[in-house]
Design a binder for this molecule. Structure first.
Ligand SMILES: *[C@@H]1O[C@H](CO)[C@@H](O)[C@H](O)[C@H]1NC(C)=O
Length: 380
């Protein structure tokens, strides 16, 4: 007994009497847009039985997104300002009294990656413990994922399974504390998320130290002093100057104090203070700013009669010790009756007409030297 051919013949007879279901097509059948762009799909149906009604829908009875519009006769579906959630299939269904048929369109929405970490951080781990962080990203095309440590360009060794890139640590050490970055990249862009990881030792009061412990620098230089502190939880570091405010041209970053273009008044004791709930620790450093001499003569011009006494003082600002040397312009050596002192004085007890001239004082210290002149006129 073979009933099926009979049924088929019967049906085909009835069907031709009743007319045929509409023939439906969608144009374009697939489209790719960037996030924010717009796109339209046109649905066309033909059929022997009119009227034909068109309807747009998404698979699984999902509602059409609210940024879609359907043209007046139902034939054109427009997705305006496309977003990642618009990605997927759209179905046009044509219905007439003779039946229904459908055709699908596919929309690809490209977009830059978005990254998410689990846990989101910050992450606190005890010394010797293990930890892991999972990095996931959305994005189209599918982004590639990598982990780095802040301040380094090297990719860390991680494992990637099912689009989840996981960084794992075992037996964590305090020096593994820091900021870690998961980066996702595709043709549409790059995006990254950071996580702060701190490895805590047993609770402990801070112990601070400063490098260098003392320094001598020259005026105008830029100076950096670094404070390091152990302790758990990690101590907060602050800088101050003994009995004075910090120079206004200073910055502090990661425990490093930087002073640009130091001046003589910046000399002194600098204090690093590391504080946590267990206590605090102070560390000192001494900075001496050296300056080159600046010399002047007092007086810088003198009129005398033969037989008078001459006294000129050479004065100098600048870092000590300062040495003074007197000479006579055009002659070099001083006359036999001249005398000089360590503190910069030129003395002639009994001047002669021949002592007239210009005298030069050179003040010298470790950094440099400076010259000043005095004119001596001896007239009867
Ligand atoms: C360092 O910090 C502690 C605690 O906050 C405070 O008592 C101390 O005076 C500070 N020392 C300096 C030099 O600022």
């Amino acid at each position: 007994m073979d009933l099926f051919p009979e049924i088929w013949i019967l049906c085909s007879l009835l069907c031709s009497v009743a007319g045929q279901a509409p023939v439906v097509s969608v144009d374009p059948r697939s489209a790719t847009v960037r996030q924010g762009e717009s796109v339209s799909f046109r649905c066309q149906a033909s059929g022997t039985v009119q009227p034909v009604q068109l309807e747009w829908s998404r698979p699984n009875n999902q509602a059409l997104p609210d940024n879609t519009k359907i043209g007046p006769d139902g034939s054109v579906l427009t997705v305006a300002d496309a977003r990642p959630g618009n990605h997927g299939q759209y179905r046009c269904v044509a219905v007439s009294s003779a039946g229904r048929s459908s055709a699908n369109a596919v929309l690809n929405v490209k977009h830059a990656p978005k990254v998410r970490l689990t846990p989101a951080g910050p992450l606190r781990v005890r010394v010797g413990d293990s930890a892991s962080v999972e990095c996931r990203a959305t994005g189209r095309p599918r982004p590639t994922l990598s982990w780095k440590r802040q301040g380094s360009t090297l990719n860390l060794v991680t494992s990637e399974i099912n689009d989840v890139n996981t960084i794992k640590w075992t037996d964590m050490r305090p020096e593994e504390s820091g900021v870690y970055i998961c980066q996702a990249e595709n043709n549409e862009g790059i995006s990254e998320v950071k996580i702060q990881v701190s490895v805590d030792g047993p609770p402990g009061a801070p112990v601070a130290s400063v490098t260098p412990a003392e320094m001598t620098v020259v005026e105008g230089q830029t100076v950096t002093m670094e404070c390091k502190a152990s302790g758990s939880p990690p101590p907060l570091i602050s800088w101050s100057k003994l009995r004075a405010p910090l120079p206004w041209k200073h910055t502090v970053a990661n425990g490093v104090l930087t002073i640009t273009s130091v001046g003589r008044q910046d000399s002194g004791e600098y204090i690093c203070n590391a504080t946590n709930i267990q206590g605090y620790s102070e560390a000192y450093t001494h900075m001496e700013v050296e300056t080159p001499p600046y010399a002047t003569c007092l007086p810088d011009q003198v009129r005398l009669r033969p037989g008078d006494a001459l006294m000129i003082q050479c004065l100098a600002h600048g870092s000590h010790p300062i040495e003074f040397t007197w000479s006579r312009m055009g002659r070099g050596s001083l006359s036999a009756g001249a005398e000089t002192t360590k503190d910069g004085r030129l003395l002639i007890a009994d001047v002669k007409m021949s002592d007239s001239g210009t005298y030069k004082c050179v003040a010298t210290n470790r950094i440099g030297s400076s010259t000043a002149q005095a004119k001596v006129i001896v007239k009867a």
